[in-house]
Design a protein around this ligand. Structure first.
Ligand code: TRP
Length: 339
């Protein structure tokens, strides 16, 4: 008999479903590709934070469940393997809510008020015309719920981008506070740097983001990709084919390098030399992108065409998550003398 290998450390990752849920190239390069690598190194839990989306979208709740299925399909299409990592929806594992409630009792309001994303989201909600009453207790508690998501698995590691760094810091502080008050239950979750994560430029040259309307989605069909690329920003000073391009200032050239690392060089040289028009550049980029996206696109279509299979995957993920989470809650109730 081979010896049992050391148990793998636990890692938790997740995203909030926004809009229709569809993920874009920025999500793919900024997170999913790293997650796919990490699923072989860690015992991984990968979830979709539907409760978190209620913090800003409580008026359109009917869109959240379908958006979660889109996210799940994109996770799997990008290469997350449900047999290696538990893929599930946050609200299917009620232990997140119980732990959130308990942690909320020991989380100072001042810590939450200082989180930069809270200030930003407050302003956003107010700009949308909701006034003070659109800023809920739940929005203030966002990082506390996020802490519960992590600690409920006693996760050692969380892969996050820069935008989530403040949330992870508060998670560590809450874990420390709990451990000090009630005994050592939680490891302090560490940030896992996402190696090689690329920032993907959006079609307008800003960072690719759903809210900027400048994204290419894993769900986009070949024609949608070609149309979007046609409208992408190129070197502003290149009007005619013979004008020299500046690939660093051209979204099309940047995406070409990212998705055609072995073949982009000649096209860049021609662009710089004024030997290549933007039309040709765009046509070729659309082909490159469609070749990369095609397998993911068809995988996500397959999954969404078989809702029963997707539900089975999510139920199975939730069961595995629940098993781990309920062990933690037993320890927590014990430590807090709740019985
Ligand atoms: N805040 C994350 C986002 O906006 C989603 C999230 C919720 C999360 N809970 C988490 C991420 C726990 C990592 C760990 O996408």
């Amino acid at each position: 008999m081979p010896e049992n290998p050391a148990p793998r450390k636990r890692l938790l990752s997740g995203m909030q479903p926004t809009g229709t849920g569809a993920l874009h190239l920025g999500n793919l390069e900024g997170a999913l590709r790293s997650w796919v690598r990490l699923q072989d190194q860690y015992e991984m839990f990968c979830f979709i934070a539907d409760w978190h989306s209620l913090t800003t979208r409580y008026e359109e709740t009917e869109k959240i469940a379908p958006a979660c299925r889109e996210v799940a399909a994109d996770y799997i299409a990008a290469g997350l393997d449900p047999s290696k990592c538990a893929i599930f929806i946050q609200s299917h594992v009620k232990e997140h809510a119980e732990l959130h409630l308990l942690l909320s009792m020991i989380t100072p309001v001042g810590w939450l008020e200082r989180v930069p994303t809270y200030k930003e989201k407050r302003e956003l909600m107010q700009e949308r015309g909701g006034g003070d009453e659109s800023v809920s207790y739940g929005l203030l508690g966002y990082p506390c719920l996020q802490t519960a998501d992590i600690l409920v698995y006693r996760a050692h590691a969380v892969p996050v981008g820069k935008d989530q760094a403040a949330h992870l810091e508060i998670s560590r502080e809450i874990a420390r506070r709990f451990n000090r008050l009630f005994g050592n239950v939680f490891p302090e979750p560490q940030t896992v740097l996402m190696e090689g994560a690329a920032v993907v430029p959006g079609l307008d040259g800003r960072k690719m983001s759903k809210s900027y309307g400048n994204a290419i989605y894993l769900a986009d069909g070949p024609d949608a990709v070609a149309d979007k690329v046609k409208n992408a920003f190129t070197t502003p000073t290149k009007i005619r084919k013979t004008d020299p391009g500046i690939p660093e200032h051209c979204v099309v050239c940047q995406l070409r390098r990212l998705y055609d690392p072995d073949g982009y060089k000649a096209s860049w040289d021609e662009d710089i030399a004024g030997e290549r028009g933007c039309m040709q550049n765009k046509k070729e980029l659309a082909e490159v992108l469609n070749t990369v996206l095609e397998p993911m696109r068809s995988r996500r279509q397959e999954l969404l065409a078989d809702p029963a299979e997707l539900e089975r995957i999510l139920q199975n993920g939730a069961e595995r998550a629940r098993a781990a989470a309920s062990d933690t809650l037993s320890l927590v109730r014990e430590a807090m003398h709740l019985r």
